[in-house]
Design a protein around this ligand. Structure first.
Ligand code: ARG
Length: 432
């Protein structure tokens, strides 16, 4: 391993490989995801040091160039972040020292790994929340397209898993669309909420140097600072938790839509079929065709919620930095990697859903019109409770109705005859 950043004298540091391995854990591997953000923040930090005269212009240029080279080497595999380093932060400094000597030895002026990791994490979360917002928008868009196309296609609506009233594919699709519109907006809200720079708070107390924090923040695209150095540390994990909340909102809705699909694809329902590429067979039962992809999408939410629980549990700490906080990285990185991968599969899956429209229509039996009938009597002047009883008594007289007529008459805003898709589409296309 390279010399640790905290090596003090010229002699060797008394380290034990087993203990060092435990301290670093998988940390340096996790830092592979954060390294590009750490490099970006390091460049902005160097520019800040130059503005207050702690790096010359030439030193800044050299640092920036060397950081660009590191980024390129990292991308093309020429530089591998591994256990030679204690963490990604050490690797960046080691690279700069190797490349630039004395200049590289200045980069840690006025910063600590504590604000370094905090800023890298916020940049990472901003990026992943942007992706989350984008994938939710794509899902909502697909659902809305199909809601338009299949607005008037009848299906039975269920409560308690029992057929309840005539409904439509339009209503089903638009329902899922609206869920993902909410998730899209939540991702964007959380992104804006955590879009603040902790860089320049160092170990949690500020430093006796006139750091140019505002400009550094601006270069990194943060509209504001995390002002207080103690809070810069105390908010670590807290912002990750909210980001996982936003992710869990989306994977929770993914779970629901996956549930519907697996249920409707079953022989018992027979409402739809899934494209072959999302299904698998059984190793023993030649007759089987299983909706495994849909089931794994449904299960994914457990991983996100588990990660959230792990993180929340970890945060029972007093103020300031504690090494415990290193444990905040794993659950967040894992959950976003799996969550975004799963959500990314949903648009294609939704495109491939084929409905069995005959089966849907034929599943709407006469008694499902009872609520329609009661409301018709209300329109003729009956009190609802009396109309309800009369409709119940007339159960036999509901034959001969058509689902299309029932849907068309469902004129309450949002109902099958008045889906207000324009309003949902407007949310999708609002400038964000
Ligand atoms: N890997 C550490 C973390 O994620 C980096 C910060 C180390 N800071 C320290 N004071 N040891 O928390």
């Amino acid at each position: 391993m390279s010399d640790p950043l905290w090596k003090k004298g010229d002699g060797p540091v008394d380290t034990d490989p087993e203990i060092m391995a435990f301290l670093a854990g998988r940390d340096v591997i996790l830092d592979r995801e954060l390294l590009p953000f750490d490099i970006q923040a390091t460049g902005a930090h160097a520019a800040g040091l130059a503005r207050i005269g702690l790096l010359t212009q030439e030193e800044l240029e050299a640092t920036r160039t060397s950081l660009r080279e590191l980024q390129e080497a990292f991308e093309d595999g020429g530089f591998v972040l591994d256990h030679r380093f204690e963490d990604g932060h050490s690797a960046i400094e080691a690279w700069l020292v190797d490349e630039l000597g004395e200049t590289g030895r200045k980069i840690h002026t006025g910063r600590s790994r504590n604000d370094q990791v905090a800023v890298a994490m916020r940049l990472y979360l901003r990026d992943r929340l942007d992706r989350l917002e984008a994938v939710c928008a794509r899902i909502a868009e697909r659902c809305l397209e199909r809601a338009r196309k299949e607005a008037q296609v009848p299906m039975p609506g269920h409560t308690h898993l029992q057929r309840a009233m005539p409904s439509s594919l339009g209503l089903w699709w638009a329902g899922h669309a609206e869920a993902f519109l909410d998730d899209m907006e939540l991702a964007s809200l959380v992104r804006d909420w955590l879009n603040a720079s902790p860089l320049g708070t160092a170990s949690g107390f500020g430093v006796n140097l006139p750091l140019d924090r505002d400009e550094v923040a601006q270069e990194l695209g943060f509209p504001r600072l995390v002002v207080n150095p103690q809070y810069a540390q105390n908010s670590r994990g807290k912002v990750e938790l909210r980001a996982l909340d936003a992710l869990a909102a989306a994977t929770g809705d993914l779970r629901r839509v996956a549930w519907d699909l697996s249920l409707y694809a079953s022989d018992e329902f027979g409402y739809l079929s899934l494209p072959d590429r999302y299904c698998t067979g059984s190793s023993i039962m030649p007759n089987k065709r299983n909706p495994d992809t849909v089931e794994l999408l449904r299960a994914l939410h457990a991983e996100v919620v588990g990660a959230r629980g792990e993180l929340d549990t970890l945060l029972g700490l007093p103020s300031g930095y504690h090494r415990d906080l290193q444990g905040a990285k794993g659950p967040v990185l894992r959950a976003f990697a799996s969550g975004l991968e799963a959500l990314g599969l949903l648009p294609g899956l939704l495109d491939g859903v084929e409905w069995n429209t005959d089966r849907l229509r034929n599943s709407i039996s006469a008694e499902l019109y009872a609520t329609d009938r009661a409301n018709e009597l209300v329109a003729q002047g009956r009190a609802f409770r009396d109309a309800y009883r009369q409709a119940a008594a007339e159960a036999g007289g509901l034959e001969g109705r058509s689902p299309e007529e029932s849907l068309e008459a469902r004129s309450s805003p949002g109902g099958s005859g008045n889906l207000l898709l324009d309003r949902l589409e407007a949310r999708l296309h609002r400038d964000r």
